[in-house]
Each structure stands twice: as structure tokens, then as C-alpha cells.
Design a protein around this ligand. Structure first.
Ligand code: UD1
Ligand code: CA
Length: 450
């Protein structure tokens, strides 16, 4: 069965008290919209439609950033969830199969739950995702008769008896796309909210003799985010789960609660992550590496056996091969360090390549930026870059070459050569003693005056 995702993301999110649209607020460093889209990927949709409204331009840009194939439709006025889903109709032209509606502000649906919904579609025409609410509050209520779902009734329209139901509507719904659109055309806004309710589809489907049921998931999965405290709670929930998953997969985390993970962090087994490490988006760490305390990594790859930190910073495009060592106060950006290369102290390597087993001395800087353009430094294998070398890019240092410490290297260094690029040292005999005497005499004189 082909699947299409319809992700509702037009709402304003007034309670966020923010200038940006709600679905662009970030959890684990990705917009919550991306979490919802990723959850939906479990169904391998052949088409994805995002319904945008408030902040549509930014929402569209973010959706396309996630996947350029996504179709974004605009709901100019937020007239209800049913109205929102109807806006997807033109984007579903030519599609045949099931449509599943998700909310952009409900980021944590699991693969298993969506698979269970898909399975339930084998036996029922409409499948709704429900949950037993600890506090049913203002959620829509699911009216069940055995395994048949008769109707969803919105809180505002519910009788006292219906409000006593604790099985609530998550908002996720699946059915044949053509049928969904046909039924949506029949939804009216004659209700307490004056909105076009998506939830009315259930009653309408039943009235036409179709079947409906509910799949029930854990309440934590359908957690919707409406305010900053809820966003913070979602972040905590994500971190707790992601850390637990790493531990489960054999990653060593002696202080898991101090390690911050991004939505897409990948870490191999037997890798150790010491306390207070922060992962930005796009990091993969292979097995058996060690990320030492207080390091910050984003958009980088760390291979087996590599050691990073303490206090290291790996920025986008940092690629560390096996057994590379990157030590304290070292920053690496858009650079490849080949197998066994070492940069152990106080160094900046940007837009560069460092060959196998090359040693970068303390205080080395690739001067990669001239104020307008970025330039590359290419260092060969088994080279030795002396402490406090400035490599003024574009520049290359050949295999097995050395640079004298304190050198400002502006010209390519041939393989095997030693580059000395600093003023020659001169020793003036006795001059220090003389200078000290002069200075102390001046100090005594000034003290006498005071
Ligand atoms: C909806 C459900 C309710 C369910 C609850 C779960 C309806 C009528 N009610 O209520 O049964 O228990 O979700 O959280 O469907 N949206 C649009 N355009 C609109 C209206 C909403 O894109 O015109 C989007 C919102 O941005 C949000 C989602 O749809 O992501 C849900 O809208 P919201 O207003 O929060 O629905 P509820 O009233 O909470
Ligand atoms: Ca809501």
C-alpha cells in the first residue's frame, strides 16, 4: 500500500510567545517539524505534504531543507484541522493509496505505533491513534463500541458522559486518501468551535457504512508542544530516551545526564563519551573512540580509536580517521586528519588536509581566511609541524617535511625539507644584566621621590 503523509503545521502556537512559527522551535537541535517528518519516514511515504500557514515561508524553507521533494501547501486561514487537511488535496493529485495525518507539533511518534496503524488498516477503513490520558483535559474523546470507533467528539461539543471518557484522540488518522478528501468535502463547521474538524471524518465514515478503529499508544508518544515549558519537557524527554538508547547499544556514558545529544547523533559501541560533551547536528562517531570531557562536536565524523578532547571543538566538515588524536583547545573545521595524525594542543586547523601520522605542534594555526576568501592548507604524511607555526594558506607541506617552531610559512614546503621562516636569533652578551641594573635603579629613584 502506497502511503502519503500530510503534516499539519499551519498553527500559530500563540502560547509559545514567540515570533517564529511553533513547528520551527527546536528539540535536540532540529525543528520539531523534522522530528514529525522523521517519524513519518517509518511508513516510507511516496509523497509528503506539509500544510503551512503562520510563518509559511520559514516553514516551507525548513520543510524543503529536510527534503526538497516535500510539497508545501498553504492554509491562509486556520479554519480547523479538517480544513487544513483539505488544503493537501491538490498536492495529492495522481496519488493512490493511504493518507496519514500527523501534526508538526507532535514529534515523538514511534515507528512501532505507525506500523500498528498501518496493520490496522488491513481490517478497518479508518484508523485513529488514541491514548489513555492521565488528564484528558480538552482532548477529543474516542467513542468506542468494542473494537469499532463510532465517533470522535471534541471536548467543547461533548456531553458530561462523553467527557468522562479517558481514551483521547492524538490527531493521527489514516485512511484511503481519495476517500478522506471525499469525506472532508462533507464536513461542516457547525459546532462549538465553528471549525472544520478532521475528527468528524469518523462519524461520517461510519454513517456511510465504513469501519473505523483506534490503535492505542503511550501518552508520551503523542506529546504535543504548545508552550516553552512543554518544549523544555520535550527536550528532556528526548535526551533521556536518546541517552538510554546509547547505553542500550553499548556506548559508555559515565555521566549520561551531562551529555547533550542531537536528534541525529550516531555513536558506535564501546565508544566512551566523558561528562559534559555536547553534540550538534550531523555527528557520527564510530566504535571504540573516546570523546573526552567538555568537547563540542557538530557536523563531523570520528573514526574508530580516535581520541578527542578534553576541551576540543570539532566543527562542520571535520573528518577524523582512525587513531587520530585531537587534544585540548584544538578546533578543527572542514578538514581531514588522516590515520594516526595528532594535534594535541591549542591549534586551529581549518580548510585543510593533514596526512597520516603527521604531528601538529602546539599553537599551530592554518591561516585560512584572508578577509574575503578561504584557502586550503595541505600537509603530507609523516610531517612535523613545529609549535606555533602559522601556515598561511594556500600552502602545502610535503611528506616527511618539518617546519621550525615559530615559523610563518607562506611558501610551499617540499617533501623532506625543513622550513625555517622566522627571524634569526641574536644573543647580545651582558646586555640583559645591564638592562636589569638600569631598570632597578629607575624604580628605586621613583620610590625615593614618592
Ligand atoms: C485536535 C483534535 C483533538 C485532539 C487534539 C490532540 C480536531 C478538531 N481536534 O485538537 O481531537 O485531541 O488535536 O492534540 O482535530 N492546525 C492547522 N490548521 C488549522 C488548525 C490546526 O494546521 O486550521 C494544526 C495545528 O498547527 C496543530 C494541529 O493542527 O499542529 C492540531 O491543531 P490544534 O488547534 O492544536 O487542535 P486541538 O484543538 O488541540
Ligand atoms: Ca493542540
Amino acid at each position: 500500500m502506497s502511503m502519503a503523509l500530510i503534516v499539519l503545521a499551519a498553527g500559530k502556537g500563540t502560547r509559545m510567545k514567540s515570533d517564529s512559527p511553533k513547528v520551527l522551535h527546536r528539540i535536540a537541535q532540529a525543528p520539531m517539524l523534522w522530528h514529525a517528518l522523521r517519524a513519518g519516514q517509518a511508513l516510507e511515504p511516496v509523497r509528503t505534504v506539509v500544510v503551512a500557514g503562520h510563518g509559511a515561508e520559514a516553514v516551507e524553507a525548513s520543510a524543503l531543507d529536510y527534503d526538497p521533494e516535500i510539497r508545501v501547501v498553504i492554509q491562509s486561514d486556520q479554519l480547523g484541522t479538517g480544513h487544513a487537511v483539505r488544503q493537501a488535496e491538490p498536492a495529492l493529485q495522481g496519488f493512490e493509496g493511504d493518507a496519514i495525518v500527523l501534526y508538526g507539533d507532535t514529534p515523538f511518534l514511534s515507528e512501532e505505533t505507525l506500523a500498528a496503524m498501518q496493520a490496522a488498516r488491513q481490517t478497518h477503513d479508518v484508523v485513529v491513534l488514541g491514548f489513555e490520558a492521565a488528564d484528558p483535559g480538552r482532548y477529543g474523546r474516542l467513542k468506542m463500541a468494542g473494537d469499532q470507533l463510532d465517533a470522535i467528539v471534541e471536548f467543547k461539543d461533548a456531553s458530561e458522559e462523553e467527557r468522562a471518557i479517558t481514551l483521547c484522540n492524538s490527531g493521527v488518522m489514516a485512511m484511503d486518501a481519495g476517500r478522506m478528501m471525499a469525506l472532508l468535502a462533507k464536513v461542516s463547521n457547525d459546532n462549538a468551535a465553528g471549525e472544520y474538524y478532521l475528527t468528524d471524518l469518523v462519524g461520517l465514515a461510519r454513517a456511510e457504512g465504513l469501519t473505523a478503529t483506534a490503535v492505542v499508544c503511550d501518552e508520551a508518544e503523542t506529546m504535543g508542544i504548545n508552550s516553552r515549558p512543554e518544549l523544555a519537557a520535550a527536550e528532556r524527554a528526548f535526551q533521556t530516551r536518546a541517552r538510554a538508547a546509547l547505553l542500550e547499544n553499548g556506548v559508555a556514558l559515565p555521566a549520561p545526564e551531562t551529555v547533550h545529544l542531537a536528534w541525529d547523533t550516531v555513536i558506535g559501541r564501546d565508544t566512551e563519551i566523558e561528562p559534559n560533551v555536547v553534540f550538534g547536528p550531523g555527528v557520527t562517531v564510530e566504535s571504540g573512540a573516546r570523546i573526552r570531557a567538555f568537547s563540542h562536536l557538530e557536523g563531523c565524523h570520528v573514526s574508530r580509536g580516535a581520541v578527542v578532547g578534553p576541551y576540543a571543538r570539532l566543527r562542520p566538515g571535520a573528518e577524523l580517521a582512525e587513531d587520530v588524536h585531537v587534544g585540548n583547545f584544538v578546533e578543527i573545521k572542514n578538514a581531514v586528519l588522516h590515520e594516526g595524525a595528532k594535534a594535541n594542543h591549542l591549534t586551529y586547523i581549518g580548510d585543510a588536509e593533514v596526512g597520516e601520522k603527521t604531528n601538529i605542534g602546539a599553537g599551530t594555526i592554518t591561516c585560512n581566511y584572508d578577509g574575503v576568501f578561504k584557502h586550503r592548507s595541505v600537509i603530507g604524511r609523516n610531517a612535523f609541524i613545529g609549535s606555533n607555526t602559522m601556515l598561511v594558506a594556500p600552502v602545502s607541506v610535503g611528506d616527511g617535511a618539518m617546519t621550525a617552531s615559530g615559523s610563518v610559512v607562506t611558501e610551499d614546503v617540499p617533501p623532506g625539507a625543513l622550513a625555517v621562516a622566522r627571524a634569526r636569533q641574536v644573543n647580545k652578551d651582558g646586555l640583559a644584566t645591564k638592562l636589569f641594573r638600569m631598570l632597578r635603579a629607575r624604580k628605586d629613584k621613583e620610590a625615593g621621590k614618592a
